[in-house]
Design a protein around this ligand. Structure first.
Ligand SMILES: NC(=O)c1ccc[n+]([C@@H]2O[C@H](COP(=O)([O-])OP(=O)(O)OC[C@H]3O[C@@H](n4cnc5c(N)ncnc54)[C@H](O)[C@@H]3O)[C@@H](O)[C@H]2O)c1
Length: 262
């Protein structure tokens, strides 16, 4: 086994313009992978690619809305064309409960369709087209999804949590369907990460004192006593993407400082 965990592998990371996706793309490249960095905001993934290239890695920026199947088809094709083969897809994009703190009855039909379309639809399309690509290649491959502790316990919003529960179940089913073809599927399930763009995307004030309060509250929620970081998730992703995890599939791995175990 080479010194670098992902040497020679070609990976796609979605949501690579911020937070977990950015951290995972950077760590994948550090471990020797060539990375397609995809995001709905092209400027942000161009910056991730710049960081990777500056450190001597190889990456390409792709604009993709993961809730649109044609965009996902183009993203997978870009990886196959640019790097010949696809080995790993990390379906990481997720959007939060709109107006964080919204109860079930506060969700509009539009809120519902957006959460389902991006959080579940994005993982469905990414998994589907990665499986098709892996089967065309005859190589097997790795699917990683970002789930959430919100798909395991009631946290983070009812509809949001339900989309993550769906991601978890899809992960397990794809793991079983894919096993005879050498395709592994696992999910990384974070708890509260106040330092990514996620809470601001949910409309939470993340400036100054508000940021401090959220950070303190998140830390208090976790038995290990600190918030989860994007880098914590990226480390789990590197391991699960690597051949060291060759016999691990269908796992929903909490990266939560013990939150779910409590
Ligand atoms: N931050 C938390 O507290 C937390 C907790 C548990 C799980 N998660 C999950 O972690 C994952 C990553 O979130 P993060 O905290 O890094 O958030 P983030 O907001 O920092 O990053 C999300 C990225 O996804 C991109 N994106 C949004 N919609 C998209 C779309 N339709 N197509 C393509 N790209 C799109 C955004 O532009 C952004 O760059 C998500 O799946 C989220 O649900 C986050």
């Amino acid at each position: 086994m080479s010194g670098k965990l992902l040497e020679g592998k070609n990976a796609i990371v979605t949501g690579a313009g911020s937070g977990v996706g950015e951290a995972a793309a950077v760590r994948f490249a550090e471990e020797g992978a060539r990375v397609v960095c995809a995001d709905i905001r092209l400027e942000t993934v161009k910056e991730t690619v710049r960081r990777i290239e500056e450190a001597g890695g190889t990456a390409v920026a792709v604009e993709c809305d993961v809730s649109r199947e044609d965009d996902v088809v183009s993203m997978v094709a870009a990886a196959a064309e640019r790097f010949d083969r696809l080995d790993v897809i990390y379906n990481n994009v997720g959007v939060p409960t709109p107006r964080l703190g919204a109860k079930l009855e506060d969700h509009t039909a539009e809120d519902f369709l957006r959460l389902v379309g991006v959080n579940f639809g994005g993982v469905f399309y990414g998994s589907k087209h990665a499986v098709l690509q892996f089967k065309r290649q005859g190589t097997g491959g790795v699917i990683l999804n970002t789930g959430s502790v919100a798909g395991m316990v009631a946290w983070g919003g009812s509809v949001y949590g339900a989309t993550k529960g769906a991601v978890h179940q899809l992960t397990r089913a794809v793991a079983i369907e894919g096993a005879p073809f050498g395709i592994r599927a696992n999910a990384i399930c974070p708890a509260g990460m106040p330092f990514t763009g996620f809470m601001a995307a949910g409309g939470l004030d993340t400036g100054g004192a508000a940021q401090e309060a959220v950070t303190r509250q998140t830390a208090e929620n976790h038995p290990l006593g600190r918030p989860i970081t994007a880098e914590d998730c990226a480390e789990a992703a590197v391991y699960l993407a690597s051949d060291r995890a060759a016999n691990i599939t269908g796992v929903l791995l909490p990266v939560d400082g013990g939150y779910v175990a409590k």
